[in-house]
Ligand binder design. Structure first.
Ligand code: AMP
Length: 436
């Protein structure tokens, strides 16, 4: 057959039945970890006012500047498909007065997000994320709990070779000073920077630090580092985070160039990588294959206030489900779907028995006994063949005669023995046999 003309939109993909076990496994793992650490689930709309993101994520970030799907509704609202989860959760925290609850408030989510990015391996325009956010807690213990949660989720998903990259980007005070240092350092080398970085120098100089261009990397490697310029409070907060990481024996590496693409972060920022993927071949790296961060996050002490609330320290992060699934597949981590094992098959022959079979089938569902069928097929041979393939223990046969007499034949597929049972008794009878 020719390839169909209609395909899914560029950068957006179907999650096919064979991918579902991975997705389900990830969601179940999040759910169980969330339960343990006492997080409650929240779901926010797919659409939000675009202003939420321009205000919250920052106008000069890639996400807002280039990657948002926005449109004006018939009523005149300017909406965006959500590109990330933190700003919507903050909006909900404020809208529903969660600041009046005992703090910290701990929330988690799982859902699709949208960014108009150049599609490539591991980078989609619709992708799924799970996120964990904690509001109303200043202590560095919270940063660690967030990192630990994501680390634990990936461990539960059988990732063996994880590394946490961590940095502090300071708070409003120390970052402002550091930005000045950085701007004056890069300004004197501006002509050697790539075009994007020259623009960043004016709009968002911190972002130069994670430029991937070779010529910029050389200049960046000599640039002043923020950890040498943190104020006292940020410095001791970061020290505590590192001490906790040591205490918990979590594998980490300081990355002075980690700034992350969103404006709202303060103090701790982190990403978690699968090192076995980081070790991919140079050709794969060259082709920009899978950018391997599976999880990213950090503290965002200014965001709640920025969006209209009181000063509320907070910390959180998000993991990329599609990327985690890809990486699980690349390393042949398999999860089998939990499909009910069918031990009974219902075969029917003739119009009346088909009708009766439909009612009988529903009785089995209500009784909680999984039962398979092939109602679309009329030949008994085909139906029995299917029953055999599934490997059921019993086949119930409802032929013309049985339909008239109100009985069912029970065929034991192991011994080949058959007996007749009254149709009203058959559910009870089968229950009894499986209870034994
Ligand atoms: P971010 O919201 O950019 O901090 O990303 C958090 C995590 O979401 C990343 O580490 C990725 O695993 C995942 N992610 C972000 N953007 C994409 C995308 N375009 N396609 C697939 N996964 C993504």
């Amino acid at each position: 057959m020719k390839k169909p003309k209609l395909r899914s939109p560029s950068g957006m993909h179907d999650i096919l039945p064979e991918d579902q076990p991975h997705f389900q496994k990830i969601e179940k793992t999040c759910e169980s970890i969330a339960g343990f650490y006492n997080f409650q689930k929240i779901e926010t709309p797919i659409l939000e006012e675009a202003e939420l993101f321009s205000k919250g994520v920052g106008v000069s970030t890639d996400i807002v500047e280039k990657q948002m799907y926005t449109f004006r509704t018939k009523g005149g609202d300017f909406l965006a498909l959500r590109p990330e989860g933190t700003a919507p959760v903050v909006r909900a925290y404020l809208e529903h007065g969660m600041y009046n609850l005992p703090q910290p408030v701990k929330l988690w989510y799982f859902g699709p997000f949208f960014r108009y990015e150049r599609p490539q391996a591991g980078r989609f325009r619709q992708f799924w994320q799970f996120g964990f956010e904690i509001f109303g807690e200043q202590s560095s213990v919270i940063d660690i709990q967030i990192i630990q949660i994501f680390y634990n989720i990936l461990k539960e998903l059988k990732f063996k070779d994880l590394i946490i990259e961590i940095n502090s980007i300071g708070d409003r005070q120390c970052r402002a000073y550091y930005k000045k240092l950085l701007v004056s350092y890069f300004r004197s080398r501006e002509s050697s920077l790539c075009l994007d970085c020259r623009r960043r120098l004016r709009e968002n100089p911190l972002r130069i630090l994670d430029c991937k261009e070779e010529k910029c990397r050389r200049i960046i490697s000599q640039a002043p580092q923020i950890i040498d310029h943190l104020c006292e409070e940020c410095n001791s907060h970061f020290k505590e985070v590192l001490e906790f990481l040591d205490e918990l024996e979590l594998p980490y590496r300081l990355n002075p160039y980690l700034v992350r693409g969103l404006d709202y972060y303060t103090k701790t920022v982190f990403e978690i990588f699968d090192q076995s993927l980081a070790l991919q071949s140079p050709e794969e790296k060259e082709q920009g294959q899978i950018s391997p961060a599976l999880v990213g996050g950090g503290r965002f002490d200014l965001l709640v206030k920025l969006l209209g609330g009181r000063d509320t320290p907070a910390c959180g992060g998000a993991g990329g489900v599609d990327r985690i699934v890809q990486s699980m597949k690349a390393r042949s981590i398999k999860f089998t779907a939990k499909v009910p094992t069918h031990l009974i098959f219902l075969a029917q022959l003739g119009a009346l028995s088909k009708k009766k079979s439909l009612t009988l089938f529903e009785k089995f569902r209500k009784a909680g006994l999984p039962i398979a069928e092939s109602f679309g097929k009329d030949s008994l041979k085909t139906q029995l063949g299917r029953a055999d393939k599934i490997g059921v223990r019993y086949c119930l046969i409802l032929g013309q005669r049985e339909a008239l007499e109100g009985t069912v034949i029970v065929r034991d597929m192991k011994t080949g023995k058959q007996e007749t049972v009254k149709i009203e008794k058959i559910v009870e009878e089968m229950k009894k046999r499986f209870r034994k």
